[in-house]
Design a protein around this ligand. Structure first.
Ligand code: NDP
Length: 459
């Protein structure tokens, strides 16, 4: 008889947990997956997928306006928010079904309820105990909100994706991925949208040129930005919310949304009591194999707070399953992970920002090109894009590629392959462009940006 009920119990059926569990199942392991909400996790149910559907939905407004430049006249255009949310929910139900089928198809057992680790080989779910040789923590993260008077009136991205009606006026706090993406959604749908953030530009940590360019483009699109500002208090008015800002201004809005980061979901699932070491922010500390300080317990995805991106969780889940259940040791690789911000316009990026590359490599060659998308040349749309290559001067390797503009995430995915393969600027230059596209700019940038010290000397 088997020593344990299962070979693997996974707590959390998000992208990472499902990938690891169904692969382990395919490799012959007996797997149970515990989920207290719905199978699918943040990305499918409360993040990437519904968010991107709303980005698409909101962008049509601008496209309708652009049509006039091509001779179309469009009258009587209106938007039904409720119909869109219902269509989005239908799509999420479909995806949830696919996830359930994937787990069932791999022979996994789904246990509904909250999983609590009671010893290194036992998980309790709804009062019943199950034993397992290995336990995988894949519980993800949850929005974290600062302690501001009136914060109970604020919503997060969870609720923003399910609002019964679109707020005519909305204040969004933060300027990271989620804040700028939702600011774009509400602004494009026509809501009066305020973005309140403590930095001087959006997207701290991104390449400075991209930050400057996106901050400017958002302004052109009518977004009200409040940089270097924080809410000091949120007050409920008769039929609105009053957001008191640190500069003395008071905003009257219909919804206040906080997008101030996400914390690992490790509270109340027994980890500390069985000796799993957590970082100060609650993240499970893991080694390069995603193993925690307890030998029979691993963790992957946002709960480890390595890189909070779905494809990274998938890669970590896959590496875990291959290593533990297919005798194929793989360490997840966290270098040069490309990412995108679905702001309007969007950003795609891979490798290092100029500042980070300068720290690592010293002298750099920088190539920057600003452009007006061809599609907009016959329209009133004044949106502009920006592309940038960061090149290590000594080796001529392209160590960073960044783009702001239409289709940037689609374009950067391909560029990321070249960057990861160690392509040099000459490799880029030798590649023939596809004309006419914006992407061809990445292989036709010939003029280096003058070094700042040379510019200063010449002045
Ligand atoms: P981010 O870490 O990207 O941004 C957090 C923002 O909140 C920053 O602007 C930060 O300001 C601000 N902030 C933090 N604490 C406070 C505070 N106490 N008061 C005011 N502002 C504060 O987190 P998000 O919540 O936007 O997203 C979480 C993660 O989810 C992202 O890091 C990303 O990995 C992932 N994600 C990825 C997406 C994608 O791939 N497209 C989309 C959405 C999320 P400051 O900059 O000053 O520190």
């Amino acid at each position: 008889m088997a020593r344990y009920d299962y070979d693997l119990i996974t707590i959390g059926a998000g992208s990472g947990g499902v990938r690891a569990s169904r692969l382990a199942g395919r490799f012959g392991a007996r797997v149970a997956v515990v989920e207290e909400l719905r199978v699918g996790g943040t990305c499918v149910l409360r993040g990437c997928v519904p968010k991107k559907l709303l980005v698409y939905g909101s962008h049509f407004r601008e496209e309708v306006a652009d049509m006039a430049g091509y001779g179309w006249s469009v009258e009587g255009v209106s938007h039904d928010w409720g119909a869109m949310i219902a269509a989005k929910d239908k799509e999420l139900d479909r995806l949830h079904g696919i996830y359930m089928n994937l787990l069932n198809g791999a022979g996994n057992t789904v246990l509904d309820g909250r999983g609590v680790v009671v010893d290194p080989h036992t998980v309790e779910v709804e009062g019943k105990r199950y034993t397992s040789e290995r336990i995988l923590i894949a519980t993800g993260g949850w929005p974290s909100l600062p302690d501001v008077p009136g914060i109970e009136h604020a919503i997060t991205s969870n609720e923003a994706l399910d609002l019964p009606q679109r707020p005519e006026r909305v204040a969004i706090v933060g300027s990271g991925f989620i804040a700028v993406e939702f600011a774009g959604i509400f602004n494009s749908f026509g809501s009066e949208t305020h973005l309140i953030y403590r930095a001087d530009k959006v997207l701290r940590g991104f390449d400075e040129d991209m930050r400057i360019a996106l901050t400017g483009e958002l302004k052109k699109k009518g977004l009200h930005q409040h940089p270097e500002t924080l809410p000091t208090r949120i007050e409920k008015g008769a039929d609105c919310y009053l957001v008191h800002l640190s500069d003395g201004e008071v905003l009257e809005v219909d919804a206040v949304m906080y997008a101030t980061g996400r914390s690992p979901n490790t509270k109340g699932i027994g980890l500390e009591s069985v000796g799993v070491e957590l970082a100060d922010n609650g993240a499970v500390k893991v080694d390069e194999w995603s193993r925690s300080s307890v030998l029979s317990i691993w963790a992957i995805g946002d709960v480890t707070d390595r890189i909070q991106l779905t494809p990274v969780a998938l890669a970590e889940g896959q590496a875990f399953a291959e290593t533990e259940f297919n005798n194929n040791p793989i360490r997840p690789d966290h270098d040069d992970v490309p990412s995108a911000v679905f702001s309007q316009p969007p950003i795609g990026t891979v490798g290092l920002s100029e500042a980070a590359a300068a720290k690592k490599y010293g002298a750099l060659d920088i190539y920057v090109s600003g452009f007006r998308p061809m599609k907009y040349t016959m329209t009133e749309n004044s949106e502009r894009g920006l592309m940038k290559l960061v090149v290590d001067r000594a080796s001529q390797r392209v160590v960073g590629a960044h783009m702001l503009g239409v289709d940037a995430p689609e374009i950067i995915q391909g560029v990321a392959i070249a960057v990861r393969m160690g392509a040099t600027k000459r490799d880029f230059d030798r590649t023939i462009g596809i004309h006419p596209t914006a992407a061809e700019e990445f292989v036709t940038m010939r003029e280096k940006r003058p070094d700042p010290e040379n510019v200063a000397a010449a002045e």
